[in-house]
Design a protein around this ligand. Structure first.
Ligand code: SF4
Length: 477
């Protein structure tokens, strides 16, 4: 068996708190890792004072992306998957006022949010999303550790890039896949759809029962985020005064249907017998709802990132309530296995970090993931699945990241709806095509995306220094 770096579907789709996987979830996880490091070194109980330095893109859009809040919550021992998100504001306010922080919920130390979190415009060489945690110990000695949030909630340390392949985290998959061509070859040799090949790989990491439990949790969080978004009105936080739109959109679409839970909601939507011209509105409503939840520090699933968290679930929901009223969790499972694998191909061959590749790396990848998942469920061959993913990305190439005021709101929220619609369109085109004669293989579009990412001006890579971010003033809103 060949050795390959392990990227599981659960790496590509993770439960997290908004608004950003690279700027919120990643820094949160980095803070947790640093606490673990302090404990492993046996100096946790000696920490007297802490300082956080945020660099580059984490600094430039860090306030809008709640990077400071995320790191503080991580230091306090909260977990993004389980924390009661309704208490975040109160927790932060308590720390701000008291100037005390409960380190890992175990020890109280002095901590001033104003003085002990520094936003540095400087970029660290290794990656645009760098952060350093520093501590002063009781004996006067100092210790520090730097982490890099490389997109989708993944966090690495510098050593990893310079490490030899032997030092990397490798696992042995029965079907090692780095390129789409390899994935296709396994499908042909085994006469299996993509989801089954991916499932075999996942089974080398955990039992099928664990896979089902994990994917069910992912789907439940996706469904809940759509449900919460569609039933919450008001204005998003951050100062842009962006009105939550999915609430009214949903009210007009659902009419007088009755339901009491997300599961009943699915049946209620099916009963509305969606008319042709309402399809786009429903899909947009689902996508927008997730990203409104994300923008208000709600719980969503990275797919592959928080900023693009609405695209995949909205296309899954499209399949459930419009394409196939008999759809079950088994269908959602197949969708997620395919989507996760497509996302990992982009992570291995290019990037899923907007700070590295602009929005093509977020919405473009999410659209490709959704297009691939949908195509398999609609009966597409593995070639058509890969072709759909390719089409979806091809028409996102060059898409820049320029969030106004550094908030994951404009253009981000609508962009998820556009990514979802393109994904459905890409699936339909692929299903009508002889994908064995595709002019642009998926691997080539991944390479092209990476080349485009490297050529892209850094103004358009999650810095809010170009594009819409500099054309629209907060005071105009
Ligand atoms: S513009 Fe795209 S990449 Fe940038 S923050 Fe918004 S969704 Fe993410």
């Amino acid at each position: 068996m060949r050795k390959i770096e392990c990227i599981s579907v659960f790496d590509m789709m993770k439960v997290g708190v908004g608004p950003s996987s690279s700027h919120t979830l990643g820094p949160w996880r980095a803070a947790q890792r640093w606490i673990t490091e302090l404990k492993q070194k046996g100096i946790f109980n000696d920490v007297e004072h802490i300082h956080i330095d945020l660099y580059g893109s984490l600094s430039l859009t860090g306030i809008g992306h709640a990077t400071d809040i995320a790191t503080i919550l991580g230091l306090c021992g909260h977990d993004p998957v389980t924390m009661d998100i309704s208490i975040i504001d109160a927790e932060i306010e308590k720390i701000r006022e008291s100037k005390k922080l409960q380190l890992n919920a175990e020890r109280e130390i002095d901590f001033s949010i104003a003085d002990d979190v520094k936003f540095n415009r400087k970029f660290l060489e290794f990656h645009p999303n760098g952060m350093t945690f520093r501590a002063r110990l009781k004996n006067g000695k100092k210790t520090s550790s730097s982490f890099y949030s490389i997109g989708g909630g993944f966090v690495v340390k510098k050593e990893r890039k310079n490490a030899s392949n032997k030092m990397k985290s490798f696992l042995e998959f029965p079907f090692p896949i780095e390129k789409a061509t390899e994935l296709l070859a396994y499908c042909k040799a085994e006469n299996k759809p993509i989801s089954e090949i991916v499932l075999e790989n996942e089974k080398s990491l955990r039992s099928e029962e664990e896979i089902d439990v994990g994917l069910k949790q992912i789907w439940d969080v996706m469904l809940e985020s759509m449900y919460i978004g569609c039933h919450t009105e008001g204005t998003l936080p951050g100062g842009l005064n962006v009105k939550r739109r999915s609430f009214e959109m949903h009210q007009r679409l659902i009419g007088d249907q009755q339901y009491n839970s997300p599961e009943e909601w699915i049946k209620a939507i099916r009963r509305t017998e969606v008319k042709f011209r309402q399809i786009l509105k429903w899909v947009s409503c689902f996508a927008i709802s997730v990203n409104e939840v994300n923008a208000s520090l709600g719980r969503v699933v990275t797919a592959p990132t928080n900023g693009s968290a609405g695209t995949v679930p909205s296309v899954m929901m499209y399949y459930m309530v419009i394409e196939n009223h008999e759809a079950t969790f088994e269908d959602m499972k197949r969708f997620m296995l395919v989507a996760g694998e497509i996302g990992s191909l982009f992570k291995k061959g290019a990037t899923i970090s907007a700070a590295m590749g602009g929005c093509q790396a977020e919405i473009g990848v999410s659209s490709a993931m959704a297009a691939g998942g949908l195509t398999e469920l609609l009966g597409g061959t593995p070639e058509q699945v890969l072709m759909a993913a390719e089409i979806a990305m091809e028409h996102h190439l060059g898409l820049t990241c320029d969030p106004i005021a550094g908030l994951v709101q404009v253009p981000c929220i609508e962009r998820n709806a556009m990514g979802a619609i393109k994904a459905i369109n890409a699936a339909e085109i692929a299903l009508e095509s002889d994908a064995t004669k595709a002019k642009v293989p998926l691997d080539k579009v991944i390479e092209t995306m990476w080349d485009t990412a490297k050529d892209m001006n850094s103004k358009y890579k999650e810095t809010s220094e170009g594009g819409l971010a500099v054309k629209v003033n907060l005071s105009d809103c």
